[in-house]
Design a binder for this molecule. Structure first.
Ligand code: 5GP
Ligand code: ZN
Length: 113
């Protein structure tokens, strides 16, 4: 989508700090980290939010979890980590290109991301 921030990041029109990339997925550092490790993992295909995941496009979502586990292994996140996707207003979604936050590096409470 031409007016989507994360589609522009994938295309390199907006700079980002890449952590991982393959043909289906892009991962980069969050610009406003809430934990020492805060990475966003996104599909290259534009999907707006979790609600729009269906049997046609869900393969990339399972791939994202494989990528999350690979990043965690590569970064040696042996104390644990969290993967979360905010869907809609109550969850605090601000960018409507589906993304999975990978958070680590400190104790994570529950009433936060
Ligand atoms: P949400 O609130 O939708 O779950 O998460 C959106 C995330 O995108 C936020 O954590 C925010 O810091 C991050 N973000 C917003 N704009 C940019 C940007 O231009 N570059 C990067 N790297 N992260 C961004
Ligand atoms: Zn997009």
């Amino acid at each position: 989508m031409s007016d989507c921030l994360f589609c522009k990041i994938i295309k390199g029109e907006i700079p980002s700090t890449k952590v991982y990339e393959d043909e289906k997925v892009y991962a980069f550092k969050d610009i406003n980290p809430i934990a020492p490790v805060h990475i966003l993992i996104i599909p290259k295909e534009h999907i707006s939010k979790l609600e729009d995941v269906n049997e046609t496009n869900s393969a990339v979502i399972s791939h994202i979890f494989e990528v999350a586990a690979k990043i965690a292994r590569d970064m040696n996140l042996t104390n644990g980590y969290r993967v979360v996707s905010n869907c809609g207003d109550d969850a605090g979604q601000t960018v409507f290109h589906i993304h999975f936050h990978l958070l680590a590096g400190r104790k994570l409470g529950w009433e936060e991301q």
